[in-house]
Design a protein around this ligand. Structure first.
Ligand code: LRH
Ligand code: MN
Ligand code: MN
Length: 388
């Protein structure tokens, strides 16, 4: 049986990017509840993200969403983040909140709208030049609601043409990650609905284009870890947007609805060479905290990823290989489940303490007084997504 101390060093390789929008107010289309202490500025979102890293050592970068996080001087924002001990990470483009995009963005039948969407992405790359970010994330709300409404085939061609213009602007050390989602906001067809479509476009574009897998973007029952294994095998898994769901794209705390699924995903990540700083796979959160407090919600999230990563690293792969080779179904499954059922929490508390981190980051946050401070200081915080 593999022990926690034997995987302690590998756990150092875990780094999770937190989303700036997780710190803003969010809700459903029925109601957005305001939460005390909500950031009023991009700088305050970054300060909250830095708090998560300070207490967990797990979240060294914060992902930005443009225009939600647009500021005049991104160089200064980078310095502000660095001063707080974190980096600016993935830049998320946004072509879903403008009237011009009603019938599509990069896939629109009107070249002028496609141009506008491409220009937005080029602006995001300019920002990346200033923030030092590696990845441009593209998720498109493009699709149609009724059969016959759009030319699905032509839209694929326009998509490739548009993506090509964005791709060609990427610097040597920059990448594009193309996120797929099977439905919503479009309900009949979506232009990038699945990993295969994203993969096909990325393959055509070149090696700097990779697939982004958002765990909430699949039909119920989809074997997500299989997709992970396949994309790693193909060398095209660029990043994750982690979250949990019960029904659709719920954006709940990762590992809350189905910790076992997160374990299975992390097992394939580790086995497929997707784990660690040099793997080229970015682990990001894409979540909203509608009811719970945002900073402890993010702390809980990164701890959940750490717990399931530790369990995945604990799988005795040698014994597993042997059982699989022997066709011993129950032994193989038993070895897998032994790791999943191992309570790694006491070991991780020790791991944290040995690195000068609080044994219990949730308790440390409550004791820090930070929440009370921001509750008093910040009045009129912003709604996630409308903070620009
Ligand atoms: C779309 C999505 C995408 C967006 C984010 C706010 O559902 O997952 O990643 O950028 O939500
Ligand atoms: Mn996402
Ligand atoms: Mn989503």
């Amino acid at each position: 049986m593999t022990t926690l101390s034997s995987i302690a060093a590998r756990l150092e390789g875990l780094a999770i990017e937190v989303p700036s929008w997780a710190y803003g107010n969010s809700g459903t289309r029925f109601k957005v509840f305001a939460t005390a202490g909500t950031p009023r500025t991009v700088e305050e979102k970054i300060a909250d993200a830095a708090k998560v890293h300070e207490l967990t050592g797990l979240a060294p970068a914060v992902a930005l969403h443009i225009p939600w996080d647009k500021v005049d001087d991104f160089g200064r924002l980078k310095e502000h983040a660095a001063g707080l001990g974190i980096a600016l990470g993935t830049v998320n483009s946004n072509t879903f909140q403008d009237d011009d995009y009603k019938f599509g963005s990069l896939t629109h039948s009107d070249p002028a709208v496609r141009r506008k969407a491409v220009d937005h992405m080029l602006e995001c790359i300019d920002i990346m030049d200033q923030t030092g970010s590696r990845d441009l994330k593209i998720w498109l709300a493009d699709g149609t609601n009724y059969p016959g409404q759009g030319n699905m085939r032509a839209r694929q061609d326009w998509l490739q043409e548009s993506l090509r213009q964005v791709y060609d602007r990427l610097g040597d050390h920059q990448r594009m990650v193309l996120e797929y989602k099977f439905f919503e906001p479009a309900f009949y067809h979506t232009d990038v609905p699945d990993w295969g479509t994203s993969y096909a476009h990325c393959l055509e574009l070149g090696e700097k284009a990779m697939v982004c897998l958002d765990t909430g973007h699949h039909a119920p029952g989809t074997n997500i870890e299989f997709i992970v294994a396949q994309l790693l095998r193909l060398g095209k898994l660029g990043s994750f947007d982690f979250n949990s769901r019960f029904y659709a794209d719920d954006d709940l705390i990762v590992g809350s609805a189905d910790p076992f699924q997160l374990f299975r995903i992390m097992f394939e990540v580790v086995r497929g060479g997707g784990f660690g700083p040099d793997s080229g796979v970015a682990l990001m959160l894409d979540q909203c905290h509608n009811l719970e407090e945002k900073i402890p919600g993010q702390i809980r999230s990164v701890l959940n990823v750490q717990e399931m990563t530790a369990r995945a690293l604990l799988v005795d792969t040698e014994a597993l290989d042997t059982a699989q080779q022997a066709g011993d179904v129950l032994a193989a499954n038993g070895i897998f489940m032994d790791a999943f059922y191992t309570d790694v929490r006491p070991g991780l508390a020790e791991w944290r303490e040995s690195r000068g981190l609080p044994a219990d980051p949730m308790a440390a946050y409550r004791a820090s007084g930070y929440q009370e401070k921001i509750n008093t200081e910040r009045q009129g915080g912003q709604q996630a997504g409308w903070g620009a």
